[in-house]
Design a binder for this molecule. Structure first.
Ligand code: FAD
Length: 523
């Protein structure tokens, strides 16, 4: 009889709780009785975790500067799970929810203090669409896996980030930029359709015709209006190989002139990838050594003009091609393009890579930094968009003075075309000029550098922002975070801010989504 009673009790419990729900553990986190009971009854297929080290892992990010503990980590199995959890969070007293891609933010943007972190890694899957013109991808997929999948069909997206171990949902919530952005726009401009679960728990398909406002809001929307669960991404025929070239300049005027000219030339008459970086004019790892592709290429420093300043400029170019037989004029086309450039003759470096190896090139740096111990140390990164007219002043007041000794990592400098961005989308960019510059100060710390170095790096970042303000350079932060509403308002500009807050009131009126961006607070 006692056994039968026990069986009936167990069965009742099993039916009323989701599979692995541990009610006492939930209560021990400080989540209210009401919310724990609601979670216990919720029809969730994914996994819930309150366990210390799993919680610890999502209380930090690549930046390693902000650490905010959630109460719960949820890994949904399906879009339905995402809807259910958002509804639960919405009806709770004060929980918030942050979707987490691969945690490669640098300022706590995917964290949720005392809330729920939703690990997107199980929202997977790829399907090639009609006439091989697009791929439908789960938002938790990494871009590198998307590349592997589409290359099997000899296809690939056109617009990339430099580093590919980022999730589709994560970069689409920002913009997603790289050396192809001048031509194809950011990744958010290469999306045909999204499946989104709003802050009201409603699953919606959106594109430029259907639910257009949500579509434009979510793209670059910093996770504020909904959780992206699927994205339809444009494809092109994948090139086979890339001729990857670096050339060095002594004068910023020559470097900028060539970059701007190259990104302004029509398609088919210029390179397919255009970036650049600054380097210290000395024989260090942040200097001359950062240019050659391999140890058998030598940097002949005697070619650098005597009168050169403390920094040099490296233009990075990529020329995509199919196989040699279909490109009889390959060498000639590249030679013609190179002939017009004003770099220091003799300081050119060339390597030929498969399309995959070219796009996945930053992975090698990750492997090296993991083994040296610097990958997991904090990263005080600063990413800015700067109108073209401000680049010379930025060079004088920042590159040549503050950053001339290197920052322990690359400082990227490259132009993109603002006409390839959509002002209706949430992403913020300088709209007043046809070309703006993307600048990334990608600082790192060696394994044994004291944490005081991080503090001075962060101070230097603030000084750079102050210089931009003082000189009215009209910089916009990319991937950045602000502490006050006033600063966010200034970042968006009054029109865009009005639209952004209006969208928030429509799609996430309770302000439950993505609190780590520090834009809106749940009441
Ligand atoms: P997370 O950091 O986990 O999330 C980013 C933000 O998006 C968070 O606010 C999160 O809550 C939200 N979010 C995540 N998934 C979803 C979803 N499915 N729906 C709605 N919101 C969501 N960026 C570039 O543009 N170009 C680069 O070349 C580039 N290179 C990088 C190299 C490295 C080594 C690193 C660490 C970052 C780089 N980034 C680059 C920045 C990158 O785009 C951002 O860090 C971005 O956050 C993506 O990382 P993630 O997928 O890990 O997302």
């Amino acid at each position: 009889m006692a056994t039968l009673l026990f069986l009936i009790l167990s069965l009742t419990l099993l039916l009323s709780c989701s599979a692995s729900f541990d009610l006492p553990l939930c209560l021990s986190t400080g989540i209210s009785n009401h919310d724990c009971n609601a979670l216990a009854k919720a029809d969730l297929q994914g996994t819930l975790s309150f366990i210390g080290n799993q919680i610890d892992q999502v209380s930090t990010d690549f930046g390693g500067i902000i650490h905010q503990k959630p109460k719960l980590l949820f890994t949904p199995k399906s879009t339905k799970d995402v809807c259910t959890m958002i509804l639960e969070v919405g009806s709770s007293h004060n929980l918030t929810l942050a979707p987490r891609g691969n945690g490669h933010s640098t300022g706590g943007q995917a964290q949720a203090l005392n809330g729920v972190v939703m690990n997107m890694s199980n929202l997977k899957g790829f399907t090639i669409g009609a006439e091989e013109s697009y791929v439908d991808a789960g938002a938790g997929e990494l871009w590198v896996d998307l590349l592997r999948f589409t290359l099997n069909h000899e296809l690939a997206p056109s617009s990339w980030t430099d580093y590919l171990d980022l999730t589709i949902g994560g970069t689409l919530s920002n913009a997603g930029i790289s050396g192809q952005t001048f031509r194809f726009g950011p990744q958010i401009k290469n999306v045909l359709e999204l499946e989104v679960v709003t802050g009201l728990g409603e699953r919606l398909i959106c594109n430029q015709e259907m639910n257009r406002d949500l579509f434009n809001g979510v793209l670059g929307g910093l996770g504020q209006f909904g959780v992206i669960t699927k994205a339809r991404i444009l494809l092109q025929r994948a090139p086979h190989r890339v001729r990857y070239i670096r050339v060095v300049y002594a004068k910023v005027e020559d470097f900028v002139r060539d970059q701007v000219r190259l990104v302004s030339l029509p398609k088919g008459h210029t390179f397919d990838y255009i970036e650049g970086f600054i380097l210290a004019n000395e024989n260090t790892i942040d200097g001359w050594k950062s240019v050659p592709f391999s140890s058998n290429q030598t940097f002949n420093s005697t070619l650098i003009p005597q009168e050169s300043g403390p920094i040099l400029y490296c233009l990075e170019l990529g020329f995509n091609y199919f196989n040699y037989t279909s490109n009889p004029t390959l060498e000639q086309s590249i030679e013609e393009l190179m002939r017009g450039l004003g770099y220091i003759r003799g300081l050119e470096f060339v390597i030929d890579l498969s399309y995959f190896d070219f796009l996945y090139r930053v992975h090698a740096a990750e492997v090296a930094q993991r083994s040296s111990g610097s990958w997991l140390r904090p990263h005080a990164w600063l990413n800015l968009f700067l109108p073209q007219k401000s680049i010379m002043q930025f060079d004088t007041h920042v590159f040549r003075t503050m950053l001339n000794n290197g920052v322990g990592g690359p400082v990227l400098v490259y132009p993109v075309n603002s006409t390839m961005w959509d002002p209706e989308m949430s992403a913020v960019f300088p709209e007043e000029e046809e070309i703006f510059y993307a600048i990334s100060v990608l600082r790192s710390l060696d394994a044994d550098q004291p944490i005081t170095v991080l503090e001075s790096q962060m101070k230097e970042n603030s000084e750079i922002i102050n210089i931009c303000r003082r000189l009215d350079l009209k910089c916009k932060k990319y991937l950045g975070r602000f502490e006050s509403t006033e600063e966010w308002k200034e970042h968006f500009g009054s029109n865009k801010w009005e639209l952004f807050t209006k969208r928030k009131s429509v799609y996430d009126p309770k302000h439950i989504l993505t609190p780590g961006q520090s834009i809106f607070m749940r009441n």
